[in-house]
Design a protein around this ligand. Structure first.
Ligand code: F2R
Ligand code: MG
Ligand code: MG
Length: 349
């Protein structure tokens, strides 16, 4: 499809759910042999195996709240979004939430709470969370707002409901920007894609809050920019091992160690790779490669899935995968509604 086509919206939202559902199998594993990944994925193609439904985790549970809030309020409403996070957690607490964010979600359910951003600010002795929980649910912001200024602003505010450290919420901004650019067809020119992300993040990270957090956490002055430069260096290499990707970019639960990694997975898998089956398309390659990195596989595959899905579109996703994953069909329907909201906004409606 062309820029911002319905197929790209459906691809983004559905592939994010698939990444979460299929990635759950390996979350936390230190080493994941590609053979195990391919075996897991091949069982999804084979409907006769009756594997049943793969359940989604916190990544999708929270993204669904973001989607419902953006659609119901026809824009960003922090009170509504916070209420939905709290309600979802209390209805279904066993979705594998981060151990810190649970405290925020409990506090957000209090009717006495006047500032919905305060519980997040109180996390980790006032330093706030740098986890990837804001980034894992950031894709819908790119599907609701056509203007990148809105995408950045609302992805940041949406993340700050749980993640007040700049290394947390700036990861959400980066993820939303990557989906935004992919939706426009920017991955047709991968070098320009990464350069545009670096330029955007130079501005996003050019402030006192980022400098302070980076100093406290002993990171580079502009941590995400520095990682994106590493992504560019790895992209330029003809061969790169999984061990090098993990050591250069990370595969962990921090936004800094997972959002640039997810972006690299998408870029690396734009072309066929020796370690992946020849009959795989780009979307399947991206998901498989994300899982083979191990670590925070559900979240890295979810974020990479959203970016790749916005590039390849819904047609690239195997139907049998959609049938196996809880919430994938809902995501498909919601993508259509977000597509309408996006195009209403772009016409100034
Ligand atoms: N939590 C998980 N997986 C763990 C295993 C779950 C298992 N399946 C089960 O059910 O038992 N996955 C999910 O969590 C990640 C998103 O986490 P989020 O929302 O960012 O949570 P949190 O608690 O804010 O941060 C995560 C951890 O990062 C460390 N951390 C964050 N900020 C910190 C700070 N300022 N100082 C020190 N540590 C900090 C803490 O260890 C937090 O617990 C996704 O992977 C999602 O899939
Ligand atoms: Mg999860
Ligand atoms: Mg995870």
């Amino acid at each position: 499809g062309g820029p911002a086509s319905l197929s790209r919206f459906r691809g983004a939202l559905v592939a994010a759910v698939l990444g979460d559902c299929v990635g759950g199998e390996f979350e936390g594993a230190e080493e994941v042999p590609m053979e195990s990944v391919l075996q897991h994925l091949s069982s999804l193609y084979d409907e006769t195996k009756g594997n049943g439904i793969l359940e989604y985790s916190d990544d999708t549970a929270m993204a669904r709240c973001v989607v419902q809030s953006l659609l119901t309020r026809a824009g960003f409403d922090e009170q509504d979004m916070a209420r939905r996070f709290a309600k979802e957690y209390s209805a279904s607490p066993g979705r594998g939430y981060g151990s810190g964010v649970i405290q925020v979600l409990k506090k957000l359910s209090s009717p006495q709470l006047s500032d919905v951003y305060q519980p997040a600010r109180d996390q980790f002795n006032g330093r706030g969370s740098f986890g990837n929980g804001g980034a894992m649910r950031a894709a819908p912001f790119a599907l609701a707002f056509p203007d990148p200024v809105d995408v950045k602003r609302f992805a940041r505010l949406g993340a700050m409901l749980t993640h007040s450290c700049s290394l947390g919420y700036n990861g959400a901004v980066l993820q939303a920007l990557a989906v935004h650019l992919s939706l426009q067809g920017a991955l047709d020119l991968p070098q320009q894609f990464i350069s545009r992300l670096i330029t955007e993040m130079e501005e996003v990270e050019g402030n006192e809050a980022t400098r302070n957090d980076a100093r406290i956490l002993k990171e580079a002055e502009k941590p995400f920019c520095e990682r994106l430069h590493r992504v560019r260096d790895l992209m330029d290499r003809s061969k790169v091992s999984i061990e090098e990707v993990i050591s250069e970019l990370g595969n962990g639960i921090a936004a800094l160690h997972s959002v640039p990694t997810a972006i690299f997975c998408v870029l690396h898998c734009l072309q066929p790779r020796e370690c992946l089956p020849e009959n795989y398309g780009g979307l399947e390659r991206t998901i498989a490669y994300s899982l083979a990195l191990g670590g925070d596989t559900d979240t890295i595959a979810c974020m990479a899935g959203a970016i790749a899905g916005a590039h390849y579109g819904i047609e690239a996703i195997p139907q049998s995968w959609i049938k196996c994953c809880e919430g994938a069909e809902d995501a498909d329907m919601n993508a259509e509604r977000l597509h309408m909201l996006y195009h209403q906004s772009s016409q100034g409606g």
